[in-house]
Ligand binder design. Sequence first.
Ligand SMILES: [Zn+2]
Length: 257
Amino acid sequence: MTGRGNWTYLLPGRAPVLIDAGVGAPEHLEAIARHQSGSTLHVVVTHAHVDHIAGAVALQQRWPSARFSKFPWPDRDRGYDVNWQPLADGDRIAAGDGELHVVHTPGHAPDHIALWEPASRVVFSGDLVVVGTTVVIPASGGGSLQAYLQSLRRILSLQPARLLPAHGPAVDDPGAIVSRYIAHREQRERQVLAALESRLHTVEAIVAHIYAGLAAPLVPMARESVLAHLNKLADDGAAHRAGDEWRLSSTDAPPAR
Ligand SMILES: [Zn+2]
């Protein structure tokens, strides 16, 4: 699910910063060491998914005085035994010879942050977008489609010139890809609504209908996606859950007293 692997970004300079920790592959550590021979390193992790955070321990062994920062997700963070310093939305981080601003962008993960460099109008965008595919919203693992869509709109409102994602190529036209993403989710939401209207009431039935013929290994992801849409519809008041079943909320119900 990580395509051809994942990018980490090293910003050399007065305050060397590494964005994302990778997974601790020896060749990754060597590549960083070629550009960062000094002892200082500040590792900023975009979110606690394993391909972004797992290398923290190996980085600490190699750079014992390194600092580690991320937006807290305690249940996950404690799996990686480094001294995490908490980041919050709006924090500013000295990075390279400039500054990064922390933008909390939950949805794909509750702790997801993007890093905005105003001087270059670049956003280091973690897993917000991946060219050529869509981003998984793990609804039963802390994901929220509603939060994700808000995060996309928030990033667009910065009017970035470029996104540097953790997977796949750079994005030089952020407005276009984000608009496509939003349109795609809106289309999927209409499909989920139509499925509920045609009396498909379980996640499994909706997945089988919308993703007919999907290869078995991809079904769990599709299930998470449909559940993310159902959760959003519930938050919007358009649907509700009863046990394992989902129903449209009647539009002609009497108003609540
Ligand atoms: Zn991720």
